[in-house]
Design a protein around this ligand. Structure first.
Ligand code: AMP
Length: 189
């Protein structure tokens, strides 16, 4: 199996690069943000539970997120591997992911963090907001999510750095050029 964690702030290009990665390496894309949005759209009990938090740009509690993620992994028993996009965002989530994969005789092979500065993120997400209408992409909520990333979520990185699994890649440039850099890293796992 090949399991990758794609890490980065909102607007870093995780979704775009994930799509290219799953096609090249035949992996399954698990974006916890996309899964939550699907639950909200379908008005499932989970969706109703988390919609307010997400609209406000707050993190969903760990256990809810972990349960949803593990369920999604289990829904893909034949997968050659996964691209985790937007997960883990906390140390307990990272620890749980390791335990869960270990229980399946697997592991996180590598973590790639896309580096993009705040000004560029604001520009990119403003465009995305026009296209998708995502409420949590509106300027005030976006600012909160960016702050959350640089103040808290980024604290997950040392966990992977200690395991020598982390690579940082400049996320500014042409999509294909960045994709090429990701592939170079992945091909060495
Ligand atoms: P994203 O599409 O990855 O930006 O996620 C959208 C929103 O979903 C986030 O702002 C959080 O409210 C929630 N969310 C997604 N992934 C997680 C996670 N791993 N832990 C907690 N909340 C999450």
């Amino acid at each position: 199996m090949l399991n990758l964690v794609l890490f980065g702030p909102p607007g870093a290009g995780k979704g775009t690069q994930s799509e290219k990665l799953i096609s090249k390496y035949q992996l399954v894309h698990i974006s916890t943000g996309d899964l939550f949005r699907a639950h909200i759209k379908n008005q499932t009990p989970l969706g109703l539970r988390v919609s307010q938090l997400i609209a406000e740009g707050e993190l969903v509690p760990d256990q809810i997120t972990i349960d949803m993620l593990e369920e999604e992994i289990d829904r893909n028993p034949g997968a050659k591997g996964f691209v985790f996009d937007g997960f883990p965002r906390t140390i307990p989530q990272a620890i749980e992911l390791d335990k869960f994969l270990e229980g399946k005789g697997s592991k996180v092979d590598g973590v790639i963090a896309l580096d993009v500065e705040k000004e560029e993120l604001v520009k990119r997400v403003a465009l995305r907001q026009l296209e998708t209408g995502r409420v949590d992409d509106q300027a005030d909520k976006l600012q909160k999510r960016i702050d959350e990333y640089f103040n808290k979520i980024i604290l997950v990185l040392p966990y992977y750095e200690e395991q020598k699994k982390l690579t940082k890649i400049n996320g500014i440039g042409e999509i294909d050029e960045i994709f090429g850099k990701l592939c170079e890293v992945i091909d060495q796992y």
